[in-house]
Design a protein around this ligand. Sequence first.
Ligand SMILES: O=P(O)(O)OC[C@H]1O[C@H](OP(=O)(O)OP(=O)(O)O)[C@H](O)[C@@H]1O
Ligand SMILES: NC(=O)CC[C@H](N)C(=O)O
Ligand SMILES: [Mg+2]
Length: 504
Amino acid sequence: MCGIVGIIGNTPVNQAIYDGLTLLQHRGQDAAGIVTIDDENRFRLRKANGLVSDVFRQEHMLRLQGNVGIGHVRYPTAGSSSVSEAQPFYVNSPYGLTLVHNGNLTNNAELKQMLFTLAKRHVNTNSDSESLLNIFAHYLDQYPNALTPQDIFDTVRQTNNVIKGAYACLAMIIGYGMVAFRDPFGIRPLVLGKREINGKTEYMFASESVALDVVGFDYVRDVQPGEAIYISFDGQFHSAICADNPKLNPCIFEYVYFARPDSVIDGVSVYASRVHMGRLLGEKIAREWQTELADIDVVIPIPETSTDIALQIANVLNKPYRQGFVKNRYVARTFIMPGQAQRKSSVRRKLNAIATEFTGKNVLLVDDSIVRGTTSEQIVEMARAAGAKKVYFASAAPEIRYPNVYGIDMPTCQELVAYDRTAEQVAEMIGVDKLVFQDLADLFKSVQIENPAIHNFDASVFTGEYITGDVDCAYLDAVANARNDKAKAKLAAQATNLEIHNER
Ligand SMILES: O=P(O)(O)OC[C@H]1O[C@H](OP(=O)(O)OP(=O)(O)O)[C@H](O)[C@@H]1O
Ligand SMILES: NC(=O)CC[C@H](N)C(=O)O
Ligand SMILES: [Mg+2]
């Protein structure tokens, strides 16, 4: 679930893109990159592994000259975490192109093959995003004369016709402009912002509206499913729908976990949706639990994402809400860390119990979701070690039983604690006295209350239904083989040799 940012300005954009990326850091912690175009029409690139604050030092910022640029924070879902697969990607023809991508393509193997045989293009990494850029480049290459906006929209349409999966992308074409496009299902988010500086309009695209707010752009609208927006470097704005039958099916997990609460995605305040999740889950507990309900002394969130949810549950149940765990602010999000060993060791370093909130009490712990059970298992142990009598647990998302292929790195069902298990069995696995999951209908409702025009979601991790229609058991088996922890470690070791060029 990477984060992307692009700005077409009239003054240097390096700092604003950097700031935008720091606002999207929660979407990707593995690598970061920025590319700008300087006044001699050259790309200036810096990308490396690490957090935004580690990747860009003063010397890099000085080199990132120019009034237009795009940036990326990466959470790998294809290839490895190697820097050779960090973004932005670049190809020199036609014109000079660069691209950032949030999402995941489901037909990367076919695309690589097609690029080699039909387009005579070689993709050197296992990154789906590098294939995507080359497909775009291949179609853009067909136009013999100076590009028109229609040529660019036709290129996006042809790209949409062959690539499958989830994608929100920003590309820059030397001599022309910036192109933003979103897949026909609108799975991954992308917003457009604008501001006037000295009588001139500047535009910004970002994965989440929080980046616009803080960098100082006004939210204009979300990029529509299947839409492409082309803004020429002289500020002309063009847009068109470039797919047949586009239909908004946003990823429901953005609202559960990925996005920041202060973002608004597809007309839905992430914070408000989490408040509804808490209220509806609280009502379910009130309906279904009898003795346990009377038993609960205190409601405690598992920081950080579940805090807004837990507060609502406490309100509905009329129980005290306490911050029983302290989050170490220097340890990042554990779920998006690349390997299970790292995730596991980080939970303990990240969260610590305040013993007085647990000793002798029956506690209701609340989390936004239980995925691998890495967090819940250790948290429950901590609660018990701190003296809790009974430990109850509420998850604001339903049981997660299926892999994700659209930009969340959950490639195998075996790693999911609820796979092939009932709620009672999961309760036993994580060691709680009682466990409740949100109903899927209530999760949908939590988002739809804020925007009734959203009729459907990508909820594949809960339902096993993949809206792009190209994902079957054989495909999922192949992904599981290629992307389990062992296979990824091997890929990472090989991929360090794939780097062809990177400015240091
Ligand atoms: O069952 P698991 O596999 O542990 O995954 C679920 C947990 O991971 C996430 O927290 P994370 O630490 O990534 O981020 P947060 O601080 O935003 O809650 C999420 O909020 C859950 O707490
Ligand atoms: N999470 C994402 O959006 C990942 C983007 C892309 N598939 C990569 O692995 O780099
Ligand atoms: Mg969490």
